[in-house]
Each structure stands twice: as C-alpha cells, then as structure tokens.
Design a protein around this ligand. Structure first.
Ligand code: NAD
Length: 248
C-alpha cells in the first residue's frame, strides 16, 4: 500500500492537468450510502426508471417520497476528506474541473465553483420541470407535497417536476457530456475515485482519458471492471488515502 500511495504522490506531483472522476464512494464518509455496496441504496429500493416517472403518478409520488426520506441524510452531509483533498488540488491549479456521477452537491460544498463541477447524472438538491426545464426549489416541492401528498406539477407548464437528476432511461445532459469528453481528452492524469465503473456512458471517461494518453489511477475499495487498464490501482479507503493530502 505504501508504494501505491508514494506512486500516487509522484504522479500527482508530475501531472500538470489532473481530472478526477468521482462516484458514490467518495461520499460514503459523508454519510451518504452508495448504490452497490452491502447496505447501499439498491439493497433497499429498485430505481424508478424515467419512463415510469413520466407515465405514472404513483411512480412520481414514490420518487418524491423516497427523496424526502433521504433529506436528513443529504441535508446533514458535509464534504469528506476525499472531497477536500480534490478541492485543495483545484485551488492549487492542478485540477481544472471535476467529473462526477454524484448528485449530492458535495464537490460544490468543498469549494469547487459551480461551473467546474461537471455533473453527469445531475443534482438532487433541487428540482426541474421535465417539460420546460424550469428550476424549482425543494422547499416549494415539499410544501406542495405536504398539502396534497402528491408530486407537484410545474407552475408554468403543468408538467411533472422531478429532482434535477438523470434517471435510468433519461437522456444524458449534452453539455456536461461534451465538457467531460474535452476534459478527459486533455488531462495527463485521471483519478477515478469511488466508482464501481459500471454505469455507462459515464464509465467511458476514464477509458477515454487513457486512450488519449493520460495516466489512469483507480482508488476504490473493491475491484472494478477497469482495473486492468489502469496504471495504478489503490484498493483502499478513499479518506485514508487522500486525507494526508490535506493534512488529516
Ligand atoms: P457505486 O455504488 O456503483 O460504486 C461505489 C464504489 O465505491 C463501490 O465499488 C464501493 O466499494 C466503493 N466505495 C464506497 N465507499 C468507499 C470508500 N470509503 N473508499 C473506497 N471505496 C469506496 O457508485 P457509482 O459508481 O458512483 O455509480 C452509481 C450511481 O450512483 C451514479 O450514477 C450516481 O448518480 C449514483 N449515486 C450517487 C450518490 C451520491 O451522489 N453520493 C449516492 C448513491 C448513488
């Protein structure tokens, strides 16, 4: 392990453009369960696909019921040592932006500017109308919910309002995908942190970076499908590995 951490330190020191690609594993230390670990969110609930959300009132109601049930968890979450280490490298000018599959807003909370967090799967800390795209705040959704016990519709166009996340079957956000590709193609080190690397197309960015000449480091406490491709695999706890970069 020590040699892995030393290699990581050298690779970070030598790289001039580092792009992190993060998954739910960077936020478990913040108290947000990931999807696929034992006790993760999928052991409790199957995801609601986008088509079902669009088609059925009961699916929309269930989606919002689950979201509000998670509110104490999301509301209390603070950036982990992993988030803070990346924010330190960002402030130092080594990281131009972070690519994330996470929807928890914790990279922003750790000090990344909004425009430098490339959210591949959206954000669950606010909502959008699925018709006109207008942003709605969760407080407003909650107030509607408490009044009617149903998911609300948009005040402008009457279409359903959904968390601003990308569900299975929902089109990927085009601008984020494009920026992610540019960043992956133009970095010299990609750090894949806390992702099982099984959700596509997002999981294609570490490979794209590697194919474009970058080094690839995977930090995850379980094996991933891309371990074979990586220049360095550190199979250990993210906070323990990245904490020392910010002195804890
Ligand atoms: P995932 O659950 O598939 O994989 C997370 C990986 O991180 C697992 O392999 C797990 O072993 C590892 N891990 C967990 N804690 C760790 C730690 N402390 N140190 C090292 N490794 C650790 O998550 P994913 O790859 O991000 O993909 C699933 C989808 O889950 C994404 O689309 C994302 O939108 C969604 N999701 C997001 C959040 C969040 O925003 N925090 C939480 C759950 C799910």
């Amino acid at each position: 392990l020590r040699s892995g951490v030393e290699q990581l330190g050298d690779m970070i020191a030598e790289a001039s453009v580092i792009v992190p690609f993060t998954g739910a594993g960077i936020s478990t230390e913040s108290g947000i369960p990931d999807f696929r670990s034992p006790g993760g969110l999928w052991s409790r609930n199957q995801p609601i696909p986008y088509d079902a959300f669009v088609a059925r009132q009961d699916a929309r109601d269930e989606a919002w019921r689950r979201r509000f049930a998670m509110q104490p968890t999301f509301g209390a979450a603070r950036p982990s040592r992993g988030h803070r280490a990346l924010a330190a490298l960002y402030r130092a000018g080594k990281i131009p932006a972070v690519l994330t599959q996470n929807i928890d807003n914790l990279h922003q909370a750790s000090g990344f500017a909004e425009q430098d967090v490339i959210e591949l799967h959206g954000n669950t800390t606010y909502a959008r109308c699925i018709g006109c795209g207008r942003r709605h705040e969760l407080e407003w959704v909650k107030a509607c919910w408490e009044r009617t016990h149903h998911a609300p519709v948009c005040t402008v166009c009457d279409e359903p309002v959904k968390t601003a996340t990308i569900s299975f079957g929902q089109p990927m956000p085009e601008e984020a995908m494009q920026r992610a590709a540019e960043l992956a193609q133009n970095c010299d080190l990609l750090l894949a942190i806390g992702s099982s690397l099984v959700v596509w197309p997002a999981a294609g960015f570490p490979l794209l970076a590697k194919q474009s000449g970058a080094k690839l480091v995977i930090i995850n406490n379980e094996p991933t499908d891309q371990d074979q491709t990586a220049d360095l695999v550190i199979r250990y706890d993210i906070g323990e590995i990245l904490g020392p970069f910010v002195g804890n």
